[in-house]
Design a protein around this ligand. Structure first.
Ligand code: MN
Ligand code: MN
Length: 465
């Protein structure tokens, strides 16, 4: 009797795996397999957008530029400088009734090359880097790194670089001090153990043929680059080259229940929302998928969510629907609803002291919703209205999707943010909603396949509402 009452009244969240059938398990594993394959080809924002475009093209989406007018059911996208992308399916309802937006980001923490990167010291050639996003620097030494990006020559020619993914290609690494001589380093605070300026990539050691000039190893590297890509040192100034772990995404654990891989923040939400959108046909409210760039460094710049490029995309939709008028864009945003689909800190039993156990996102317990983010007294938080939280809960419950409503860490410990506030500033109702991750921002992050599937189901249900 009391047992039943407890079951009825308590908010108890069970592990999702306990309730999956064999068929569901198969579906969950199938989705994760596709996700891992995608992740392995999409380590940078440019690669993600390139592959997302291919998938969108295959599924009947077209560049919005190709449409003179739009009507319900039309599938469109807009690609912003190869680094961010917005997709939409025009809904049956008037667009004035608001958009249903899901927004993630496709950039991940990494090391970028400096504009003048190549140096030689004591017979070794290095590329200097400047890290991108919040990393623990020591995690990026002594691991295999691959090089991805573009070099643009002054004549506009674009050279794509991708070295280190194929087993037959070389990789690169950043050296660390041997423990035998690291006594001083080991006494330092963890954050100071490896300095930003020491994140220099080892790239070569053979000197250019017995000439008597200085910097022969650097010359040899430049000669190799010149022969392979036709570039000179100055061309590196107009390049965007990212160093990312060479590891492949893999199934993790004896039970293969988890995914370990680089860049899951936030490509796990980006991929699942993209995959869900590809299965939509007719929607009531216009469905919009945002794959944004530069979230990890504050969403600034013309490919970040702070730019007006997204407004431009929605304005184009209004123009081509023939419904634009003064303040129409503001009106549309005010009636819009959004899931800011970004990852959440998964509860880690090894570091339990940073979390409030009652308000943490657990691996395998489904999609994680943050009513608010921010830190220490909700500073900088975008706080979802209770009415909206209830509306989202209702969708999840009627679609039988497991969810947890949580906070990122203990009250006075720290916190974080996403692109949620940017759309909230425009007037939309927004809640953060994503997959819990272990080792977030590390070169190798961990997620649960159950939660990946829950995210996919959530995004699909939200758009189908
Ligand atoms: Mn993120
Ligand atoms: Mn992040």
């Amino acid at each position: 009797m009391s047992e039943e009452l407890k079951q009825k009244l308590f908010n108890t969240k069970k592990c999702g795996w306990e309730e999956v059938s064999e068929n569901q398990k198969e579906e969950i594993f199938k989705l994760s397999k596709k996700y891992m394959d995608f992740l392995n080809k999409s380590k940078t924002e440019r690669e993600f957008i390139k592959n997302a475009k291919r998938i969108a093209d295959e599924n009947g989406y077209k560049d919005i530029i190709e449409f003179e007018t739009l009507k319900p059911g039309d599938k469109v996208y807009f690609i912003n400088r190869e680094k961010s992308m917005y997709l939409a399916i025009i809904g049956e309802k008037s667009v004035e009734e608001g958009l249903h937006i899901i927004g993630s980001h496709v950039d991940s923490p990494r090391l970028d090359l400096k504009p003048n990167p190549l140096t030689e010291d004591t017979g070794l050639a290095y590329l200097k880097t400047h890290y991108y996003g919040g990393i623990k620097k020591y995690q990026w030494t002594a691991i295999p790194l691959s090089m991805h990006g573009v070099i643009i020559k002054t004549n506009g020619e674009k050279i794509e670089i991708n070295i280190g993914e194929d087993e037959n290609e070389p990789i690169f690494t950043i050296t660390d001090l041997l423990p035998h001589l690291a006594q001083e380093q080991m006494e330092k605070k963890l954050k100071d153990g490896v300095e930003g300026e020491n994140l220099q990539l080892l790239v070569g050691s053979i000197p250019y043929n017995n000439s008597n000039i200085s910097e022969k190893v650097k010359l040899n590297i430049l000669n190799i680059l010149n022969q392979k890509y036709g570039i000179v040192e100055a061309d590196l100034a107009s390049s965007e080259i990212e160093l990312v772990p060479s590891f492949k995404a893999r199934s993790l654990g004896f039970d293969e229940s988890m995914v370990a891989g680089y860049g899951q923040d936030d490509k796990v939400c980006a991929y699942t929302s993209l995959a869900a959108m590809m299965e939509l046909q007719n929607v009531k409210n216009t469905a919009v998928c945002i794959l944004s760039d530069k979230e990890e460094i504050g969403s600034m710049g013309n490919t970040g969510m702070e730019s007006h490029m997204f407004d431009f995309f929605i304005s184009e939709i209004l123009n081509k629907l023939g419904v634009n008028k003064p303040n129409q864009l503001d009106k549309v945003f005010c009636f819009s609803k959004m899931l800011s689909s970004d990852v959440d800190a998964g509860f880690d039993p090894l570091y339990s002291s940073v979390s409030d156990k009652q308000n943490s996102g657990y691996m395998g317990k489904g999609i994680s919703l943050n009513k608010y983010t921010g830190s220490k007294g909700k500073a900088g938080a975008s706080d979802a209205n209770a009415e909206y939280v209830a509306w989202v809960r209702n969708i999840l419950e009627k679609n039988d999707i497991k969810y947890q409503i949580v906070e990122l860490g203990k009250v006075d410990i720290g916190g974080g943010g996403t692109i949620a506030y940017i759309l909230a500033n425009k007037g939309a109702d927004v809640i953060d909603c994503g997959v819990p991750v272990l080792s977030m921002h590390a070169p190798f992050e961990v997620t649960s396949k159950y939660d990946i599937y829950a995210a996919y189901k959530t995004y699909k249900a939200f758009w189908q509402e």
